[in-house]
Design a binder for this molecule. Structure first.
Ligand SMILES: [Zn+2]
Length: 166
């Protein structure tokens, strides 16, 4: 899969390093490790280099060749080294790529929102099942509210819907 790695490498943040890829009949899974050595505390903004433990997040991304793509990303929990800060442990933040507690990447959420804004809720839900994304009508509505004002159709086009989804 050497060549496959090269093609997809540019699609992900620099700080994520692929460690493995699984291509199944019905899905693709890419495993990543974070290469970061430090992270800023979300409360006091002090940089920390002390990793306390690791955790993984499973996140769905845009389909590749009509297969749902899942990312399993290993991230660190850091210890805040500022004695005056109330936060003791915090999780590595990848919100530029996938927001906190989100099970989908930002670009997948934007795509789903675009479905909802340009189609009826019913056909948007059908479209989601076509791209094999399990998502409830309520979640779609929440997403559309969240992104309504931040929507930028140009950036959605540039994430490569034409190349990777249909
Ligand atoms: Zn802190």
């Amino acid at each position: 899969m050497e060549n496959g790695f090269k093609i997809i490498k540019d699609m992900f943040p620099d700080y994520l390093e692929e460690t493995n890829i699984e291509i199944d009949e019905d899905k693709i899974i890419i495993y990543f490790d974070s290469k970061r050595k430090s992270c800023n505390c979300p409360s006091c903004n002090n940089p920390s280099m002390t990793k306390s433990t690791y955790f993984t997040r499973k996140i769905q991304d845009l389909n590749v060749i009509e297969k749902p793509l899942f990312l399993i990303i290993r991230l660190a929990k850091y210890r805040c080294e500022n004695p005056k800060c109330n936060t003791k442990i915090f999780s590595e933040n990848i919100s530029d790529f996938a927001g906190e507690k989100q099970r989908r990447t930002n670009r997948l959420n934007e795509l789903l929102t675009k479905f909802l804004l340009t189609q009826s809720a019913e056909s948007a839900a059908r479209r989601c099942s076509y791209i094999k994304t399990k998502i409830s009508g309520d979640t779609l509505l929440r997403l559309s509210k969240k992104y309504e004002f931040a929507m930028d159709m140009e950036s959605i086009r540039s994430i490569g819907i034409d190349d990777f989804v249909f």
